[in-house]
Write a protein that binds this ligand. Structure first.
Ligand code: MSP
Length: 479
């Protein structure tokens, strides 16, 4: 069975920011790790329909299609640059997705879960959502959404989905399967939502055309979430997904609405929704208006892809928010990759060049401390595997660094450079053992920083005994 993992699909409104990069890199690390055990299918992409996208296009004097073509290319370009190894970059405007969305609609309709009525409320064009009379803020004769955007009272015909019908089943499923939503805090939030009756969901619009039309009623287009969520099932040969990786702001859509649609359509449910937190920048929420959004491409130019990927995954605890700082990305790279791992590798390699003619010496005989080191590294590796599977990538990276610390301590303790004069055979054995350890760290780094890990592995010989003369794998960055 192929392991199928997805990210959410990003709105084709603006450029990618570092939050999008984080999600893509997180899913990529899990996908790459899983590839060691399984066939993997990894899908990411863009969410291209809706009134906001049409408006952004118009504001730029472009057709919606021209606009989304350009933005999708930017997101895809970000993935390529950051070594995000997706198998498919899906766009909701693709025929395959439109067909899936219509098939899904058709099935939900056949199940008797869709009906036509009127939708009324305070509508914010900017937020593309309705607010109830209790939610809006009325001040000085003006009405605004809770987020401060202007709203107008509006009524329009809309199709509705009978969400309440699936509440009890969803509650039971989420309660009985602790694996379905991770982390635990999000699972509890979703259970809390499911304890109260759920209003039916408005799932179509008539006020814009840039969308997937509703089967048998072309005046309506699907409200973005139906045709956005359907992207995941647009690969029927792989569905159901093993993991949806998403941000906390869209947990309800993925943990409640999406499974409800699937139950209605009698399509299989995804096995897990993995929910990550939000990044702030130097302590401040990122927003276009504040002009403090971190551009991952510019960041890759400034610090390199290894430093960026490593920091994103090292900084964040699954589910929790984290603060991205301009100095933090450089310091984390310098301290952990350049110093702890890179210097160790470099020192060992220099000794091989100096004393062993550039050829990794053969092992001689293990002493108890060598066996102990090997055992500890094996234990770390087991924890690393388990934690990566759970999406707790920062813990898995912690195991890599713990391994590097053990190796550094081993080398300081054994002093191969001193042994060279007294017991050259033992010096050889220590060099061999330590280089083998670094090679293992390189393997563990592969899902985190794919090309950096390859360079590290190559610098300690890969599966060759003869070491190439190469620059350090992780040169220091100047802040
Ligand atoms: N198009 C919808 C998702 C549809 S999935 C069927 C959407 N797009 S988005 O572009 O706004 O967000 C894409 C992903 O980026 C979401 O998972 C969101 O949580 C994540 N992030 C957006 N801003 C973020 C941060 N500041 N930090 C971390 N992730 C953030 O929602």
């Amino acid at each position: 069975m192929t392991f199928y993992i997805t990210t959410s699909i990003s709105y084709a409104n603006g450029s990618p920011h570092v939050g999008h990069a984080y999600e893509a890199v997180l899913a990529d690390a899990i996908a790459r790790h899983q590839r060691a055990f399984d066939e993997v299918f990894f899908q990411t992409g863009t969410d291209e329909h809706g009134v906001k996208v049409a408006e952004s296009a118009a504001a730029r004097g472009l057709t919606p299609q021209q606009h989304v073509d350009e933005i999708a290319a930017r997101f895809q370009g970000m993935c390529d640059r950051l070594e995000v190894g997706y198998d498919r970059f899906i766009r909701t405007t693709e025929v395959a997705n439109q067909a899936t969305a219509q098939a899904l609609w058709h099935r939900m309709s056949e199940a008797g879960d869709i009906y036509l009525s009127d939708y009324e409320g305070w509508y914010s064009v900017r937020e593309e959502s309705y607010f109830s009379d209790e939610e809006v803020v009325k001040e000085n004769g003006e009405v605004r959404s809770p987020n401060g955007t202007p709203v107008v009272w509006r009524s329009e015909p809309s199709y509705f989905f009978r969400l309440e019908r699936y509440r009890a089943d969803l509650f039971q499923m989420i309660r009985d399967d602790p694996h379905f939503i991770t982390p635990e805090a999000t699972r509890n939030e979703m259970l809390a939502i499911l304890r109260e009756p759920l209003p039916d969901l408005s799932i179509s619009r008539t006020n814009f055309k840039w969308g997937v039309s509703v089967p048998n009623d072309p005046d309506h287009v699907m409200y973005v979430w139906v045709d956005a969520l359907s992207n995941y099932a647009a690969n029927p040969q792989h569905w159901p997904a093993d993991v949806h990786v998403i941000g906390k702001d869209i947990a309800k859509f993925h943990c409640i609405y999406w499974p409800a649609f699937l139950l209605s359509a009698r399509w299989p449910l995804p096995k897990q929704v993995m929910v990550h937190g939000f990044l702030t920048h130097n302590g401040v929420k990122m927003s276009k208006s504040l002009g403090n959004v971190v551009d991952p491409m510019a960041e890759a130019d400034r610090v390199g892809v290894d430093a960026l990927r490593y920091y994103l995954l090292r900084l964040t605890r699954l589910g929790a928010d984290a603060d991205y700082t301009d100095d933090g990305v450089v310091e984390t790279y310098n301290s952990e990759l350049a110093n702890t791992i890179g210097n160790l590798a470099h020192r060992l390699v220099s000794q091989v060049h100096k004393h062993c003619g550039g050829v990794i010496p053969k092992p001689v005989e293990d002493l108890p401390q060598d066996v102990a080191l090997f055992d500890r590294l094996t234990e770390l590796r087991v924890t690393y595997d388990e934690e990566l599977d759970k999406g707790r990538v920062h813990v898995a990276i912690g195991e890599i660094i713990a391994g590097a610390n053990l190796l550094n301590a081993y080398v300081s303790e054994e002093q191969p450079w001193a042994l060279r004069k007294t017991d050259p055979q033992r010096a050889d054995h220590v060099l061999f053992t330590a280089l083998d350890g670094v090679w293992n760290l390189g393997l563990m780094l592969k899902p985190i920083i794919p090309s950096g890990a390859e360079r590290l592995i190559a610098s300690v010989g890969g599966d060759q005994r003869e070491l190439p003369v190469v620059p350090p794998a992780f040169p220091r960055l100047e802040a």
